[in-house]
Design a binder for this molecule. Structure first.
Ligand code: MTE
Ligand code: MO
Length: 233
């Protein structure tokens, strides 16, 4: 089943189908992703010029703040925004560390998307922040890079394919529903992208690494326990 069919199916059939879809498609998809010649064979430079399918925004009227449940596997970490630093490293030409002031100098982007948690709930949310693509352009991933690793202050980890990470609608958000991002939802910055399931959207991100290989045991907190790695919607 293609990502598009899957997305359409989710929209047409509603939430009750998600468990079914994950159950029926994850093996296919994982094999598919494992064998994909695209986009995992493409470098940052090649992906940048490759047009990416944009997901239409939901209307602002569809935003339902109460529908977004807090889903944190452990304790909410305490981060002092004054001391916060985002490390961006790995196989890149210009590794860097950004404080919030510098991070917010990158162009602002906003999306209204549906957040889908595999536990059976979804919520339309507005997220505002910077594009991960702009951050990638700053550090310049080398030609071998295919994955992006994320580390969070609560020790949550995740890994993404490079194409999804530099999708124009993949954001590092510091704003939610027009307000500063609440701590429980991942402040100071969290991932937000309409192309991935909820567990791919790391909150409290402290480190982003561009790499050519995912280290053993480094697929991600849930993925290492059997959740599907690509987790596209
Ligand atoms: N650091 C971190 N990020 C995380 C999680 C987590 O436990 N820790 N849970 C994930 C899951 S399963 C979901 S559905 C969303 C929930 O985001 P919310 O709490 O803002 O609704 O965060 C994701 N990101
Ligand atoms: Mo979730």
């Amino acid at each position: 089943m293609s990502n598009l069919n899957r997305r359409q199916a989710i929209q047409l059939l509603g939430m009750s189908s998600i468990g079914y879809l994950l159950g029926s498609c994850s093996n296919d998809l994982t094999t598919q992703v494992g064998n994909l010649s695209e986009p995992l064979n493409q470098s940052f430079g090649e992906l940048l010029v490759r047009p990416q399918h944009l997901i239409p925004n939901f209307s602002a009227r569809a935003i339902n703040p109460k529908a977004l449940l807090i889903n944190t596997y452990d304790l909410t970490p305490e981060i002092n925004p004054i001391n916060y630093k985002l490390v961006v490293d790995g196989e890149v030409k210009f590794p860097t560390e950004l404080n919030l002031f510098n991070l917010k100098k990158l162009p602002f982007a906003s999306i209204i998307m549906q957040h889908v948690c595999v536990e059976g709930w979804a919520a339309v949310v507005q997220w505002g922040g910077i594009r991960l693509r702009d951050l990638a352009q700053m550090v310049q991933p080398k030609d071998d890079v295919r994955y992006v690793l994320f580390e969070s202050a609560d020790k949550y980890t995740d890994s993404w394919d490079l194409a999804s990470a530099i999708h124009p609608q993949t954001l590092l958000a510091y704003q939610m529903n027009g307000q500063p991002l609440p701590i429980k939802n991942g402040a100071p910055v969290r991932l937000a992208a309409p192309i991935k399931l909820g567990y791919k959207q790391s909150k409290w991100v402290t480190k982003i690494s561009f790499v050519s290989q995912i280290p053993k045991g480094g697929k991600g907190y849930w993925e290492e326990q059997g959740y599907e790695w690509f987790a596209g919607i």
